[in-house]
Ligand binder design. Structure first.
Ligand code: 2AM
Length: 186
């Protein structure tokens, strides 16, 4: 199964972001993007890709151990940016060093791929259209949307848990489900 490890922001933090991002949907080019569902918003620490079912217990064991070794920390959703012309995201601020150390430990323990090479904590808001009928947007359109997120600073929350997540691709957007979770620092 296709797995990744994430920190999931609380519902209130996601609601604040959803409210801040709502006006973006009316900006030029927004209708050509595939917007993600706030219910599935998460901060990916490590992407594991396909993991055979018989290897999942070892992954879970490693995550349980790492969760115990890393402290809970405080984060807020903040600002926005782009990965080239392909994704629009919201960023995080606060005790990002703790989040970064946790991600590095998880990636190292599990031999995870990281397509961005350097860990870049983010929450994907929209992806540029690759499905039929949605041509590429005008150059710079995504950056204009990200600029509209510049002043957003959400309320601080405690990242107190890591979650092993499953991604199930379908005809529409991938569906994310929680496999198992562990509290940090206990
Ligand atoms: P994204 O939000 O930037 O697309 C489930 O697919 C999660 O894993 C998403 O958060 C996605 O990041 C991330 N992900 C998917 N493929 C990845 C890859 N090859 N390397 C790193 N992260 C990946």
């Amino acid at each position: 199964m296709r797995l990744f490890v994430a920190v999931n922001p609380p519902a209130r933090a996601k609601q604040e972001l959803a409210d801040a991002a709502a006006p973006l949907r009316g900006l030029p080019g927004a209708d050509r993007l595939r917007w993600t569902d706030p219910a599935g918003w998460h901060l990916t620490l490590a992407f594991l890709g396909e993991v055979p079912a018989d290897e999942v217990p070892a992954v879970e064991g490693a995550l349980a151990r790492l969760a115990g070794e890393h402290p809970a920390h405080r984060l807020r959703l903040s600002g926005g940016g782009t990965f080239g012309e392909r994704a629009l995201w919201a960023g995080v601020e606060g005790e990002v060093r703790a989040l970064r150390a946790l991600a590095a430990a998880v990636q190292q323990a599990l031999g995870a791929e990281d397509e961005e090479r350097r860990f870049h904590p983010h929450l994907t808001l929209a992806r540029s259209g690759t499905t039929r009928g949605r041509g590429p947007g005008a150059p710079g359109e995504l950056r204009t949307l990200a600029a509209a997120m510049r002043d957003f600073r959400g309320t601080e929350w405690a990242a107190g848990r890591i979650q092993l997540m499953r991604s199930e691709p379908g005809y529409g957007p991938a569906r994310y489900t929680a496999v198992e979770g562990w509290p940090l620092g206990t």
